[in-house]
Design a protein around this ligand. Sequence first.
Ligand code: PLP
Length: 223
Amino acid sequence: MRTRKEELADNLQDVKERIVSAAQSVNRDPAEINLIVVTKTFPISDVEILRELGESNFGENRDQEAAPKAEAITATWHFQGQIQSNKIKSICEWADVIHSISSAKEILKFAQSPRKHQVFLQVSLDGEVARGGARPADLAQLADLVNESNNLELLGLMAVAPLGVDPKNAFSDLAQINQGFASQFPNSKYLSAGMSGDFEAAIKFGATHIRVGSSILGSRSPH
Ligand SMILES: *Cc1c(COP(=O)(O)O)cnc(C)c1O
């Protein structure tokens, strides 16, 4: 039987090969793609193994689950879940990068953090803002707020392909939104998009940060 370490190493290698082919297919340098391993629902022991295998960026969706993991393991920790405003203070204690900011209210709260954070603004690609993400028309105002804060650094936009939509169409829309956004905010240099099922499409449309869970760790049991 394979050990968990062998299994994770094989899965990682497979994902990395897929990253390289997707990047090369559109003449991008694979080194531009940052892999964030999404460890939500998986134990600290898996994060330790991934750390030994050389990974140093981990993504989590829930504050309660992530805080003890980040406490145990030194790495760059990414928060990518829906933001509950009463959790922001706690998220600030462990998260280095916040991917899922969608409102001015959230920015003003994160801006009160005692430490610095890098942030992505999440954009909704289907207008269903209840599921997270700002409307494209609201992004400029949010970016201004981030840029006005001393401890938030704008990295770029983040998106999740809507259910039931071909991810290629979703990420093509995202690339267009991002082009306009980055020309207005030249400090926005990155794009967080793509998960296990669609990261190749995301890379083809310019993603620099992909968030991959199940292709590396296996399928998650529902919460
Ligand atoms: C869970 C999650 C991921 C990872 O999803 P997989 O399909 O397991 O790769 C990426 N991004 C967000 C926002 C998530 O919630």
